[in-house]
Write a new protein. Structure first.
Length: 306
């Protein structure tokens, strides 16, 4: 089992909000309310945003510094804290400081991960003692990707992404490239050319591919994003030239693209080669895949490393 470095939750301590990647993402249908039915596999990375918290006695929820382009009322961190207050009747407040390292609109789950870390941390710091299942349900009100971060394990997911089954995956490293554009998720899901009827797969088929160190299936959102954003298509092509197209995949609805590597050294070599000639404004990093969230053991009734 690949476990992220764990941290005890306390006031003033930096707490991780790890990135996720979608190892595959199939759109298998659509509900009557318009939500798309998915099958996907989430894997956490040992890289992401960080947050820390300071107590307030006036009940206010405040950001220590603004997030560019995001009003406070739309900030998922603020919304998560306020939702906890409303659901529990908590009168405590908090200052939230976010060290934003993941690109917005990148498909790495940054905002969702931030919200999950807020839920987990404040559940502990405010001594609310909500069970994991309750926090996952609250997280779903904030976004479809929030529950998996509260769940805290790499997972095979179905439904709108909230039906989760934990999986253990072989060690791997990933090159992640952010090609300088932000992709709005609703735009991709609304595209008429999006494939919405992929045949459902079995978790055993995904597990077999993972055991063989190869990516399974595809990302049904990738062709749409690549068609609408030339930078996404270029990132897919350039990474494919380095590691082979079968080892390259867009995460979520984009824009970030990742390459699967068996070792960190291979991933670092790929990033060094690629970054030497990529367009201005692109960013990239190398990260190890981890199966257990660094805050997984901080829930009521949990045991660290469980």
């Amino acid at each position: 089992m690949n476990v992220a470095e764990t941290h005890a939750v306390d006031w003033g301590v930096w707490l991780d909000a790890p990135a996720k990647i979608n190892l595959f993402l199939h759109v298998v249908g659509r509900r009557p309310d318009g939500y798309h039915l998915l099958q996907t596999a989430f894997r956490f990375l040992d890289f992401g945003d960080r947050l820390r918290f300071a107590p307030r006695t006036d009940g206010d929820i405040r950001r220590v510094k603004p997030l560019e382009g995001v009003a406070a009322e739309n900030d998922l961190c603020v919304r998560a804290a306020r939702l906890l207050q409303v659901e529990t009747g908590c009168t405590q407040g908090v200052d939230i400081e976010l060290d934003k390292r993941l690109p917005m609109g990148g498909g790495l789950g940054g905002g969702s991960s931030d919200a999950a870390t807020v839920l987990i941390a404040l559940n502990h710091l405010w001594r609310l003692d909500l069970r994991r299942e309750r926090l996952q349900a609250l997280g779903l009100q904030l976004g479809a990707d929030v529950p998996v971060f509260v769940f805290g394990r790499s997972a095979f997911a179905e439904g709108v992404g909230e039906q989760l089954q934990a999986v253990s995956l072989p060690a791997a490293a990933y090159v992640v490239v952010a090609p300088g554009v932000s992709v709005p998720t609703p735009l991709i899901f609304a595209a008429p050319e999006l494939t919405r009827n992929t045949e459902p797969c079995k978790i055993a088929d995904f597990a077999e591919a993972a055991a063989q160190q190869r990516l399974f299936g595809r990302n049904d959102l990738q062709p749409v994003a690549a068609m609408k954003y030339a930078a996404v298509a270029q990132a897919i092509r350039l990474l494919g030239e380095e590691v082979g197209g079968q080892n390259v995949r867009m995460s979520g609805s984009g824009a970030c693209v990742f390459a699967h590597c068996t070792t960190r050294r291979q991933a670092e070599q790929v990033l060094a080669t690629l970054s030497a000639g990529w367009p201005e404004g692109w960013l990239g990093f190398v990260a190890r895949g981890v199966d257990v969230h660094p805050l997984h053991g901080q829930m009521t009734g949990d045991r660290a490393g469980q």
